[in-house]
Design a protein around this ligand. Structure first.
Ligand SMILES: Cc1cc2nc3c(=O)[nH]c(=O)nc-3n(C[C@H](O)[C@H](O)[C@H](O)COP(=O)(O)OP(=O)(O)OC[C@H]3O[C@@H](n4cnc5c(N)ncnc54)[C@H](O)[C@@H]3O)c2cc1C
Length: 414
């Protein structure tokens, strides 16, 4: 008989886990997925495209209903799990239902941080995490709407781009001295800022938000230096927090996220956590690729294979407001290393490679990111780059061409 496997959270990590597990061990588990959002699992990464009206709501769906049915997965959507009891192996749902499990996976993702500013509860203050958030924003983007996005990280810039494309006048307010400081160095961040400004998005750096102004609805955002940015919508995109509440209530070990070992197991037997809610070796990842890598390892583990997750290389490779951005590894050279830089601000192209001990330790690409995966492979593999060091920053094709020029005469001599 199949063992009952319950997954709490019907998001991107859960879907990938079901996909891989049902391929590996189609009959071993009777899977139930519990999701509090009313819809089937969807691609959260595409929410900014939905906001920008580049795609339709139906394009978000990760898998059609028939896909889940074919795998005999029971979907409980629109229901929140409110408690877990590892000793009794039970998950409690809002409304009183209890689900028994042999194995439990928490894939509850993250929640957006709502800054506790005065006025933050006014209508027109919004977060950016779900389909519902996007619908609420789109409802407001009629006429000459003015929006302020708090946060100049990945999510904030995605929101800004979507709102701009949807017709709003947009200002990004960022606390730090450069945009996307976790992914970009000063020069690439300055180039990205220029690209956003060219799109008509205003960017305020070193700007601390202190209050949302307005009586019955949002009228402006006040900054610490006294300036007020007039607006009708405030989008808070100032970070995320792993959703670890269920684990905490059940006395599982939780730091920032739900602590897991190399098999993705929490401190309770047969309870696992993957995706943004999990903390592995002190790291909570906020991107989809590590969530997929964790799902891959857990599927193998649940399928009975000996396997372990060693952590993911932090890499970002995406379009921010239409501008290609790639960043991986130690791109600031914090652990030592020499930067090799190619910069062409007029054409919006920037490449920085940090070389340490004859290998690439980190990289930032802005504008042309065509060679991103090649650089990522070089970082991941730790391949020696001495032979192509001079050509490296010009990209793969250039390196291969210069290798051919160097190698052919030797080949003839041989
Ligand atoms: C606008 C936006 C753009 C993004 N762009 C990128 C990008 O370009 N590249 C990238 O790598 N990443 C991006 N991300 C991040 C990416 O979406 C996440 O890393 C990914 O969704 C994580 O998957 P997850 O399954 O851990 O969490 P989620 O996809 O958030 O799924 C968790 C699900 O669990 C549900 N849940 C939580 N608690 C309970 C409960 N108690 N009971 C029932 N259900 C529950 C939640 O409602 C949610 O549906 C973006 C995120 C957003 C919001």
């Amino acid at each position: 008989m199949s063992e009952p496997l319950v997954i709490v959270g019907n998001g991107m990590a859960a879907t990938r886990l079901v996909d891989e597990l049902t391929r590996l061990s189609p009959d071993r588990y009777a899977i139930t997925v519990v999701g509090e959002e009313p819809s089937m699992a969807y691609n959260r990464v595409l929410l900014s495209s939905l906001l920008a009206r580049e795609i339709e709501d139906c394009d978000l769906e990760l898998k059609p209903r028939t896909w889940w049915d074919e795998r005999r997965v029971s979907i409980v959507s629109g229901r929140q799990a409110t408690g877990i009891e590892p000793k009794r192996r039970i998950v409690r749902l809002r409304g009183g239902t209890q689900l028994a499990y042999a194995k439990l996976v928490l894939a509850t993702g993250s929640e957006p941080i709502r800054l506790p500013l005065p006025g933050a509860d006014l209508p027109g203050v919004q977060t950016f995490r779900t389909r519902t958030d996007v619908s609420a924003m789109l409802l407001r983007t009629s006429g000459k709407m003015r929006a302020v996005v708090i946060g100049g990280g990945l999510l904030g810039l995605e929101a800004a781009y979507g709102l701009k494309k949807a017709g709003a006048e947009v200002t990004v307010v960022h606390l730090m001295d450069r945009l996307m400081e976790r992914q970009l160095d000063q020069r690439s961040a300055a180039m990205l800022k220029a690209a956003l400004e060219a799109l008509g998005i205003n960017v305020l750096l070193n700007a601390e938000s202190v209050a949302v102004q307005g009586r019955r609805k949002v009228g402006g955002l006040r900054l610490a230096d006294g300036r007020v940015v007039d607006c009708d919508l405030v989008v808070m995109a100032a970070g995320i927090r792993p959703r670890a509440g269920l684990a905490r209530l059940a006395d599982l070990t939780v730091n920032r996220g739900i602590v897991v070992d190399d098999q993705l197991q929490t401190s309770a037997a047969d309870v696992y956590a993957i995706g943004e809610c999990a903390e592995h070796r002190g790291v909570c990842y906020g991107l989809v690729e590590p969530a997929y890598e964790q799902a891959h390892v857990l599927a193998r583990h649940l399928g009975g294979e000996e396997t372990s997750y060693k952590g993911s290389l932090l890499a970002t490779n995406l379009k921010v407001s239409g501008v290609g951005v790639f960043s991986a590894g130690d791109f600031l050279g914090a652990d030592g290393g020499e930067p090799i830089v190619l910069s062409d601000p007029e054409h919006g192209i920037y490449r920085k490679l940090v070389v340490k001990d004859g290998r690439i330790a980190g990289a930032v690409l802005l504008g042309d990111t065509g060679d991103a995966l090649w650089y990522l492979d070089l970082i991941r593999s730790g391949a020696p780059i001495a032979a192509m060091r001079e050509a490296l920053v010009f990209g793969r094709a250039f390196c291969e061409a210069s290798e051919a020029v160097c190698v052919e005469p030797q080949a003839e001599a041989a």
